[in-house]
Design a binder for this molecule. Structure first.
Ligand code: PRX
Length: 632
């Protein structure tokens, strides 16, 4: 950002909300400031102490090796994350404690204990082994948020296979790209998922996505109604047939702390998604610790994260970090407001949920339905409310605080990314929260707000959010594309550039203002403008396309596309619908533009780069800014 483009932050949020005494009294962290100070003075000592709370087959020789921009954590240590998520609890008397309460849209409930989950995971892990899956092999998982979906992830981790979960709302094209890039040996899917009372078939999508991909050897299908698989194809194996025919004992694979755990694809500024790679030890330690201190989890807590396992929030805060703490979680499949906008609140009442973690877009959706919906239910069990995925606007913050939290809960607004693996900036439940500001850095994490040359900016000035030092759960590389990994660390020399705009105030609270790059945040889903543009250009009528994000009342941002048609094609309403359908097919419903406008020319730089910034400024009636590089 050029010096002259720096904006004064107008919104100086002065309000502060003190955490209730009952919450502070039991909080793991009582004195944030002194622990933070300690954690940056002795980063390695700090994380070593946290790591001691978990089990290792062999302890580390060294906590950190920082060879800029590559970090290794807990060098020489051996463990298995599933051992810490499952066996550790089963062995310490929690065999019969419920790990997950799963509820579908029809309110069918299924509970699974830590003991049962360990058995399911072990059987499935043995099943995968019998299909030839070995340590280091990739397995793509295309499953709804269900016990079977979670078990699939854990089964891979059990045997050291690298999972790549693909959000089940993505379509064929997006799934194929991800399976191809990871060269997955096995795909695990479900016959269908349900959304808004309708069956959404997943198996046909997988069948099309793997068409011609010889390296996919097997597809494990959770045939939910037992009526989908005909049994004549040698490539398809039924999930529970595999589970039931496999042994319930599976020794956890001894994983080096730096052995890969999973790949998760996320959007960047090119058309191709990046395969963010996380490894075992550091990821385990930081997700465990942040789950514990940010959600302030205690033995008897009922926790609920409304995310999907297809995103990083599901990985870190439905599966790994949460199981590592051994609490009971609620998981749900389907839409938040179906069959009615009371669905979520009824579960908080029924299961006496203490900690609830959701996204601002969901809060804004419920604001539109009105506070009479949550008012029908007893939400008094809640103690901590979390927010993630996008900035929470102060209006939504206040609504969440008042109508869900009954003005007695702490709100933790957690800033982090697929790349960071775990919480990086957030309020912890022992110091006051400021609506609209995420809070202060996580322990040992050093963040700053800088200009493009890396110079620190004064308080209340908008700049680039950077992280100055390595943290345990940081991404280690981008799958097959180390140069894309290095870009995080050399765009602004010497620091990790997160891609976000932010400011900090006199008291050190960080406010996140959104993305600085060509990434759009639609209802908490991260979508690259280039991905949508490529999907549009893939249609035979389209010559060129440019995509921007526009502010949207509920979704945060919505997608608008500008399209230049090829000769011989005329703009029409029908064509707009056809293009939307096309994007839906290539990428999935989340990436479909709300608006498509046909134009004759796109603003470009002399080197041919589309200046989306200009389209956006025109669309929103804002000042266009510096146009010196504009071609025409
Ligand atoms: O722009 C930030 C926004 O989401 C981006 C990361 O997206 P993703 O990798 O999909 O992970 C989402 C879940 C962690 C960030 O670069 N973001 C995430 N959390 C917040 C946020 N923006 C503001 N406040 C947050 N709490």
């Amino acid at each position: 950002m050029a010096e002259k483009e720096k904006l004064e932050v107008l919104l100086k949020v002065k309000e502060k909300y003190e955490p209730p005494k009952e919450v502070v009294d039991r909080a793991w962290v009582k004195d944030y400031e002194s622990l933070y100070k300690e954690s940056v003075q002795d980063r390695e000592g700090f994380w070593a102490k946290v790591a001691e709370e978990l089990e290792w087959f062999k302890k580390w020789d060294k906590v950190l090796e920082w060879n800029y921009p590559y970090a290794k954590w807990f060098l020489g240590a051996k463990t298995n994350i599933t051992y810490n998520c499952l066996d550790r609890h089963v062995k310490s008397g929690k065999r019969n404690k419920v790990a997950y309460i799963f509820v579908d849209e029809d309110n069918n409930e299924r509970k699974i204990t830590y003991g049962e989950l360990l058995e399911l995971v072990s059987r499935l892990a043995n099943g995968l082994k019998s299909l030839g899956v070995k340590k280091g092999d990739r397995v793509s998982i295309y499953m709804p948020t269900t016990i079977e979906g979670v078990a699939s992830m854990l089964a891979c981790a059990r045997i050291g296979a690298i999972h790549s979960v693909v959000f089940a709302g993505f379509s064929e094209g997006a799934l194929r790209t991800r399976i191809e890039d990871a060269k997955a040996k096995v795909v695990i899917t479900s016959s269908y998922t349900k959304r808004r009372g309708k069956r959404v078939d997943l198996l046909p999508t997988v069948e099309n996505a793997i068409d011609g991909l010889e390296f996919v050897e097997k597809v494990v299908v959770w045939d939910r109604d037992g009526d989908t698989l005909s049994g004549d194809s040698s490539k398809f194996v039924e999930f529970y047939e595999l589970v039931n025919s496999s042994s319930p004992e599976c020794e956890p694979e001894e994983m080096d702390a730096e052995d890969p755990l999973f790949i998760l694809y996320t959007s960047g500024t090119t058309g191709k998604p990046k395969g963010v790679l996380h490894t075992t030890g550091g990821y385990m330690v930081q997700t465990y610790f942040t789950s514990k201190v940010v959600f302030d989890l205690h033995e008897d807590d009922i926790y609920w994260c409304s995310a999907d396992i297809g995103w990083i929030t599901g990985h870190s805060y439905i599966v790994y970090g949460i199981l590592a703490n051994g609490v009971t979680s609620v998981i749900t499949e389907g839409a938040p407001d179906y069959p009615n906008p009371g669905r979520w609140w009824s579960y908080i009442e029924k299961y006496r949920v203490n900690v609830f973690y959701t996204a601002p877009t969901a809060i804004r959706l419920f604001m539109k339905y009105g506070e009479e919906w949550p008012a029908k239910y007893d939400l008094s069990s809640l103690r901590i409310l979390g927010s993630v995925g996008e900035p929470i606007n102060p209006e939504a913050w206040h609504w969440y605080y008042k109508h869900i939290g009954g003005q007695r809960c702490v709100i933790v607004d957690t800033w982090w990314q697929t790349e960071t693996g775990a919480h990086m900036i957030t309020t912890v439940p022992s110091y006051p929260a400021k609506p609209g500001k995420a809070g202060k850095p996580m322990f040992s994490v050093e963040v700053d707000v800088v200009d493009k040359d890396g110079n620190r900016l004064p308080p209340d000035t908008v700049g680039f959010l950077v992280v100055k030092t390595p943290w345990p759960s940081m991404l280690r590389t981008c799958w097959g594309e180390p140069e894309r990994y290095e870009k995080y660390w050399n765009t602004i020399q010497g620091v990790y550039f997160a891609g976000d705009l932010a400011s900090y105030d006199e008291e050190g609270y960080v406010m996140i203002l959104g993305r600085a790059d060509d990434v759009i945040n639609v209802a908490g889903h991260r979508i690259g403008t280039m991905e949508v543009e490529s999907a549009l250009v893939d249609h035979p009528a389209v010559a060129e396309a440019a995509v921007i994000g526009k502010p949207h009342e509920v979704k945060g941002e919505s997608i608008k596309a500008f399209v230049i048609l090829k000769k011989g094609h005329e703009p029409s309403e029908n064509l707009i619908e056809e293009l939307k359908l096309h994007v839906r097919k290539v990428l999935g419903p989340v990436a479909v533009p709300d608006e498509i406008e046909f134009i004759d020319k796109l603003p470009k730089t002399r080197s041919g780069k589309i200046m989306r910034r200009i389209l956006k400024a025109q669309e929103l009636g804002l000042e266009v800014g510096d146009v010196s590089t504009l071609e025409d």
